[in-house]
Design a protein around this ligand. Structure first.
Ligand code: HEM
Length: 225
């Protein structure tokens, strides 16, 4: 923590951007695996993938790298936001923010919603999958008995309150990504009058596609399973 505090503002932004892009790649992998829940018959492929992820030693180690990525991104984001609030008088803040994109003004707010979502998400799935809380059924696929992770997700999304909560939280994630992706490229110095508009549009498109992909999962499960 003190190491993170002692970094210069530029170094903090660079680390935050690198962690943000790393988390973004996790979101892509997580989404493609989760989509197999609604695309593969009986969600067998999803359960097999979840079983592989939950038992492969490399993935188990990598999971801690992922969690460290979340923690560094969150702590640096908080420090930079507080420094920003302390450094800027109100009048300047208003003027500067009017030149920024709409969602850039709400990064800390969308981040808080995503953080609350992540805690609830861990209680819903991760801690249950690890056998730390709740109960999870079992399925046997090709002679291998494993946790019925898809069943756990289906049970959760049978509840309309969870469907609505997940969709709202995922929309906030989309808003966060919309500004976050292009902002990461800027902080890494990848700035060019010709390419920056292209990066912004690509970032927005990816944010929309990822958000729609995630939103589809609770909706399809609620209406069809
Ligand atoms: C419809 C949306 C989502 C569904 C159905 C879903 C489902 C799941 C499931 C079933 C697990 C447990 C996997 C296991 O431990 O074997 C999990 C873990 C996890 N999810 Fe999600 N997830 C969704 C969205 C998200 C989003 C948007 C984020 C990040 C902002 C996220 C972050 C995580 C993390 C960090 C873990 C723990 C690491 C892992 O097991 O891969 N999830 N999710």
């Amino acid at each position: 923590m003190s190491n993170l505090l002692s970094l210069s503002s530029v170094a903090k932004k660079i680390w935050m951007s690198l962690m943000g892009l790393f988390l973004f790649t996790f979101l892509l992998v997580h989404l493609s695996l989760n989509l197999t829940m609604i695309t593969s018959p009986d969600s067998g492929l999803f359960n097999e993938a979840a079983h592989f992820m939950g038992t492969n030693p490399f993935i188990q180690v990598f999971q801690w790298v992922l969690f460290a990525g979340f923690i560094v991104h969150i702590i640096l984001g908080l420090i930079l936001q507080v420094q920003n609030w302390m450094a800027r008088p109100n009048a300047y803040k208003k003027k500067a923010s009017s030149e920024q994109s709409f969602f850039s003004k709400y990064m800390i707010h969308t981040a808080v919603v995503i953080f609350v979502f992540l805690i609830i998400h861990f209680l819903n799935f991760f801690l249950v999958a690890k056998g730390l809380i709740g109960e999870i059924g079992e399925v046997t696929i090709d002679g291998v008995t494993m946790e019925d992770m898809a069943g756990l997700v289906f049970d959760l999304f049978a509840n309309p309150a969870y469907v609505v909560f997940y969709i709202i939280a995922l929309l906030f994630l989309g808003f966060h990504l919309d500004h976050g992706i292009q902002s990461a490229f800027q902080s890494l110095g990848l700035n060019h009058p010709k390419y920056t508009p292209c990066i912004k549009n690509a970032g927005r498109l990816l944010a929309i596609v990822i958000t729609l992909g995630y939103v589809l999962i609770p909706l399809v499960i609620y209406f069809t399973k």
